[in-house]
Design a protein around this ligand. Structure first.
Ligand code: GLN
Length: 195
């Protein structure tokens, strides 16, 4: 049975847990490296990337997480989580994992649009729009050649896939629509269990 680890420091942890619960999937909060043992996938919730970066350092999680992701551990990152995974962060001054070949700009949507909801088209299910909740969202400015765009808004990608890593700049965990999480579980089940 699949068990999804969710970084349990700060941000929308419970919201992700609730969605996986609805989908009948077990979750575990990750705070220390030892918590990673046996999980099949990991979620990097939104919140404040600088703060989460400090917790990653304190929990000695930076290296173990980086290694797991490089070895193919599936990951779903939302908003601040995507910032933490990015290879390049404009004006970076905090810990990140640097495993997702994108360049992001934090808080890139101007004041008036700091937070907004936009209907998104998901490449894997264009049948109806997905409510994209953006909260002080980063913008993905450039992406490497192996990064697939699963959804775009305003001419920029807002959901990308690189191998088994999914990065969203919006918050799929803050809606009732579970399609992003279901797509992620599809990626997880197409991989072999890790342990
Ligand atoms: N602005 C936050 C940051 O830079 C991200 C916001 C979010 O996760 N909703 O970390």
């Amino acid at each position: 049975m699949v068990e999804v680890g969710i970084l349990g420091f700060q941000g929308s942890v419970e919201e992700h847990e609730r969605i996986f619960q609805r989908l009948g999937v077990k979750t575990r909060r990750i705070r220390y490296a030892r918590d990673l043992e046996g999980v099949n996938a990991i979620v990097f919730p939104g919140g404040e990337s600088t703060t989460i970066g400090i917790f990653l350092q304190n929990g000695d999680l930076v290296q173990p997480l980086r290694e797991a992701l490089i070895q193919g551990m599936p990951a779903l990152a939302t908003c601040a989580g995507t910032i933490l995974l990015a290879q390049e962060i404009e004006g970076k001054h905090f810990t990140s994992l640097g495993v997702l070949p994108i360049r992001v700009r934090r808080n890139a949507y101007g004041r008036q649009r700091e937070s907004f909801v936009a209907p998104l088209t998901l490449a894997f299910d264009p049948s109806r729009p997905f409510p994209g909740v953006f909260i002080r969202a980063p913008r993905i400015e450039t992406a490497g050649p192996e990064v697939y765009f699963l959804s775009s808004f305003d001419g920029q990608p807002v959901m990308v896939q690189y191998g088994a890593i999914l990065g969203c700049t919006f918050h799929p965990e803050l809606t009732e629509d579970t399609r992003v999480h279901e797509y992620f579980l599809g990626v997880v089940s197409s991989r072999k269990p890790r342990v």
